[in-house]
Design a protein. Structure first.
Length: 141
């Protein structure tokens, strides 16, 4: 995979909601490549955390600026072996995207903390891993 030398919550991967799925757009200037992608989430209710896999898949891929994938539609050449709808009802949800060469090694990770039951994202906003919202994906990258 290409080197992405920034922290997980500073990654140029933005997220929104489209057709009841989480949609991600790569906003990096350099391609992001891998052979494994995992999308997971945790529903937080008080002190209880309930973890789930939203999607996991394998196959060689490369994302260039503007490329999109979702928890239901993988990047080109990737086949999801698991895909699940994410509920938008929890007061707090953590979303994680991990990409790497195999199931044991992830070179790239991004995490998102959603506090409003995905209300802003369902209204068309995009969120970067730092929590910043914008109407246009990749607006600041």
């Amino acid at each position: 995979m290409g080197c992405v030398p920034i922290e997980a919550n500073e990654q140029p991967l933005e997220m929104t909601v489209q057709d009841d799925h989480l949609l991600f757009r790569w906003c990096g200037n350099e391609p992001l490549t891998g052979s494994r992608i995992d999308i997971s989430y945790a529903l937080i209710r008080g002190t209880i955390r309930d973890d789930h896999t939203a999607a996991e898949g394998t196959g060689p891929f490369s994302l260039t600026r503007g490329d999109e994938f979702s928890n239901s539609t993988p990047p080109p050449n990737v086949i999801y072996t698991a895909s699940e709808t994410i509920p938008f009802s929890s007061p707090k949800t953590l979303v994680f995207v991990s990409i790497g060469p195999d199931a044991k090694t992830f070179d790239f990770s991004a995490s998102y903390e959603v506090l409003d039951r995905f209300a802003k994202l369902r209204e068309g906003y995009w969120m970067d891993p730092t929590g910043k919202l914008s109407r246009t994906a990749c607006a600041t990258n």
